[in-house]
Design a protein around this ligand. Sequence first.
Ligand SMILES: [Zn+2]
Length: 345
Amino acid sequence: MTKIQFSIIRGQVSSQNAILIKKEATLLIVKHRSFPYKLLGMEASLRRLPQDHPQIDYFQQSINSIKAGIGGEKSLDQYFEQDAFHENHFVFQDIGLNSSGVFQIDYLYINTYFAVIFEVKNISGDIFISNDNPRLKRVRKNGKIDYFRNPLRQVSETTDLFNDFLIMNGFDLPVYKAVAFKQYNYALEFEKTTIPVLSIQDIPGFIRRLPRPQKILTPWRLIELMELILNKHKNYIPFPITNYFEITPEEFQKVVHCENCNTFGMRKLPRTWLCPKCGLESNTAHIQAIHDYCMLINPQISNEECRKFLNLKDSNTSSRLLRSMDLLKKGSSQKRFYYLDYQKL
Ligand SMILES: [Zn+2]
């Protein structure tokens, strides 16, 4: 049995690839997870918040958790790549779609019988979930309690929106849903829910046991659905990150960061940036600062905002630096903004 695996980050399957797929009896396509925008934004926050900021611990933990989550999803990839499914199917990671609202799916499995949505969580500790509580409670080993958004509600909302997406695009397919936790090492208690809660290791078995009374889609129609999902997919961009946390732009440290000694305040000399503390010289130190501004404060930046953020004396220098970067422009020359097309990262 031949297996084809495509790595498609965004955009369309070329018609040549589509033909290749159609010739195969067993199909596997993976839309890989998107660029980790949230992680970049959280790292920028950690870089620019003062050491004694009350949310520093939270950001550090969240970064660890996102990194571990990426690790968790990679281990899930192995289950799919081992090809446990002897049927026409496609697997998508981290799909962003829009129907009656914008939504994001961690893992989506589609075949000619049904679709399954998995909300994948990487939260270690003792977990308590109830369908009628909007929050998930986690008790850590040291007894500390944290609360997260309830993944049962999350996956239900996502499923409703995906159902709308199918209907709006002329597809009629049963949609199953489940929440999957990466770890085994927790007490997992949930009540008042009919939504399956699994370990990621259980996912292949869960998919295999779902009922397949009759084919709903022809293989060709399944390919049309796959192409539709890929074509409609848009990365979810969580910038500016201040929209999601109770942090005001003023709380972030401005000016240019020295990556060598991890301090702020590199000075602009005619041809270079100089760190007064460690003596590092860099021609490109402003790039990180401008990206940080866009991720943290506003995805578009004017020349004046750039001048202030980098602590430059004259606007000709900031204008030159902005123009030297691979940024898009909008507005007239009087009111010009620069921005990065994050969809294309
Ligand atoms: Zn330095």
